[in-house]
Design a binder for this molecule. Structure first.
Ligand code: TPP
Ligand code: SF4
Ligand code: MG
Length: 316
């Protein structure tokens, strides 16, 4: 298998180069086709066990299993929503004192725990530039409690609290984090696992606050067959709805996978993404047109950020 140079990074990896060790153990409680389990597995392979997890309430606390057992092959702190980033920073400071600063402390939180309930403390950790890796696995709703909308739920999507489709667009969390001027922000998808691994390793090589937003199609909540998680994730990227990029020390870099999508003729029609998900089964023509406008404006902003980064790299 050929190497993979993900995220515009100077790191080339292949599936075969990853450790055979598993840090998400079999027999766990995830649903079939669960994106969180793909993400957790790849996280383990990226950091090869040199990490501890801090997890607020979410599907991943259920996947972990009941105490004293755990399906995660690393230590885990389960903590209240609002405390995850500060608890992670405290653990990291403790490791530094013990001379174990090479152990990474990773917050693994859902979109509800990140974009809504834990937002204030996440912003605080970013402002302090705490030396942690924060990963939001975004399944676009509060899945663990019964598919309620979050501020990361996309426009027009059904949830049990948006039965006619959500009226607001998805909150742009990665850009909010970038506005804190932290050293590293990236978007990723469970459908492109090597790109995710490269970005996690890049984050691990940087001191200070790192934020990775991992798009995580959820068969249970989005209403698609459990063998289609990767297909749905790829379509989100290929239609332009979920652009993959990094903001590395303020410099915006579109990931290689997404470079062709700057030309809108290379983007697949949004219908291809919508039609395989039950949560969009009642979408109207007007709502679809609004989603198309959203993608257009997203990519206009990306084109501007690329220009701005070129100018700053050129010293203008
Ligand atoms: C302060 C607080 N409010 C509400 C809850 C109940 N609760 C537990 S998990 C959860 C949903 C979390 O959603 P998300 O972070 O998106 O994770 P997911 O379940 O989708 O994996 C909620 C609301 C709680 N545990 N604590
Ligand atoms: S509801 Fe979705 S994210 Fe949660 S365990 Fe099931 S598949 Fe995974
Ligand atoms: Mg969620």
């Amino acid at each position: 298998m050929g190497g993979f140079k993900g995220g515009g990074l100077n790191m080339s990896i292949s599936i075969r180069s990853l450790t055979l060790n598993e840090y998400l153990l079999p027999g766990n409680a995830s649903c079939p086709g669960c994106p969180a389990s793909i993400g957790l597995r790849m996280l383990g392979k990226a950091l090869e066990g040199r990490y501890v997890l801090v997890i607020p309430a979410c599907c991943s606390t259920i996947i972990e299993g009941p105490y004293p057992k755990s399906s995660y092959g690393v230590p885990v702190l389960n903590i209240a929503f609002a405390a995850s980033p500060s608890a992670a920073a405290g653990i990291k400071a403790g490791f530094e004192v013990l001379g174990k600063g090479d152990i990474h402390v990773v917050v693994w939180a859902g979109d509800g725990g990140t974009a809504d309930i834990g937002m204030a403390s996440l912003s605080g950790a970013a402002e302090r530039n705490d030396d942690i890796i924060y990963i939001c696995y975004d399944n676009e709703a509060y899945m663990n409690t019964g598919i309620q909308r979050s501020s990361a739920t996309p426009y027009a999507a059904w949830t049990t609290t948006t039965i006619t489709g959500k009226s607001e667009h998805k909150k742009n969390l990665p850009m909010i984090m970038a506005a804190h001027k932290i050293p590293y922000v990236a978007t990723a998808s469970v459908a492109y696992p090597l790109d995710f691994v490269v970005k996690v390793r890049k984050a691990a090589s940087i001191r200070g606050m790192k934020y990775i937003h991992l798009h995580s199609p959820c068969p249970t909540g989005w209403r698609f067959p459990s063998d289609k998680t990767v297909e749905v994730g790829r379509l989100a990227v290929q239609t332009g709805l979920w652009p993959l990029y990094e903001i590395d020390h303020g410099v915006f870099k579109l990931s290689d996978i997404c470079k062709p999508l700057l030309d809108k003729r290379n983007r697949k029609p949004i219908e291809e993404y919508i039609k395989i998900q039950g949560r969009f089964s009642r979408i109207s023509k007007e709502q679809l047109a609004e989603l198309e406008r959203y993608v257009e404006s997203l990519w206009n902003e990306i084109a501007l950020m690329i220009e701005k980064s070129k100018m700053s790299e050129g010293g203008c």
